[in-house]
Ligand binder design. Sequence first.
Ligand code: GUN
Ligand code: ZN
Length: 443
Amino acid sequence: MDLHLGTLFHCLDDPDSKENEAPDPAAWEFIPQGALAVEGGRVADRGPAAVLAARYPDARRHDWGTGLIVPGFVDTHIHAAQVDVIASHGSQLLDWLERYTFPEETCFADPDHAAAASAFFFDQLAAHGTTSACIFPTVHEGATEAVFAEAARRRLRIACGKVAMNRFCPEALRDGPDLGRAATERLIARWHCHGRLRYILTPRFAPASTPAQLAWLGGLRREVPGLAVQSHVAENRAEVAWVRELYPEARSYLDVYERHGLLGPGCVYAHGIHLDDADRARLAATGTAIAFCPTSNEFLGSGLFDLARAQEAGVTVGLGSDVGAGTSYSLLRTLASAYGVLQLQGQSLSPWRGFYLATLAGARALGLDGLIGNFETGKEADFVVLDPEATPVLARRCARALERAGGDLAAAAGEILFALMLLGDDRAVRATHILGEAAYRRT
Ligand code: GUN
Ligand code: ZN
């Protein structure tokens, strides 16, 4: 057994109750001088360090000092093939895809390029404290294989699936007359539910698939147990108008997916900015989640995601970096952006709910909350040690919060978490652990 000593924080539920401004105290635990006990890659116990040290006298101890031990971040939407697209200047979605993204993704036909990019990609996730992700690769079987192989090597819990697209994209990125069937079936056979990996059906977005391709994916989903869907929905106004032209029979963009059997628990749709109340009701009724990707939405000028409306409707919402339209791998940076996006709409985001979004909510969105997302006993021990003293600005802000709380760390918890959320990034990640083993340590 290993005992990790430090300040422990995790969420047991959504900390912001609807009626109540104050965070629901039953929904989170903040334990100064706490400990996380790990055995066989799983959470064995948690609580005050003194109690756990007495309970497990033979455990190996890892003292993280002032470090804050939190569950690994869950990125519900990211593109592994856009490591060289991030920070490409000056356009909105459809133009950005044509100008930067599609040309770059064609390079992933080369398996060596794909393998090297995947290794870099997962190094970045570890350095930014992300331990699970829902990942878009490209349309290529080899590039999808590269993501799965790299994740398997690192024992990560991820969902990924070959991108399906067979129109309105360069020839080199287009599925052929078999709609991508053969490659998809081979990948499912090799990787779906293989260790911690899941295959997820990945139509890029409704415009880039023919109705026949979407119908085939919907059929496949009914055949293979545990197969969910990821895609994009209602991100950009021009995109929404285009979908209306392409699918005039559908009530809405979301309805295109529903008609093809592509909504349900574990399914994650990125963005969802330009939805209406009927769409939100369908998301909630089907258990389909939205990945809120604020840095991407700012960067592409897509719009402001209405979190309050989504949550009032009962929609499950996770957090997504959406690299490469997103501008940071860091879910802390992404939370700072989320805070700004919500402020612009007269909404707010408490640090409690912020950390919930980056951890347990993401696990719920992906249907993985029985396995990851917090420190409940038996869950997989993916965790991160954050450093409230990572930068001079952060250190000063946290020290002052503690001082104002009379040295009572628990009383300063909200301020410290908020400072990490607003000022933190990869510099604030001291270490990342996968199944209890160190996967990254800041040097
Ligand atoms: N819609 C279709 N493809 C993409 C993509 O790669 N990124 C984003 N942000 N939106 C998309
Ligand atoms: Zn995306």
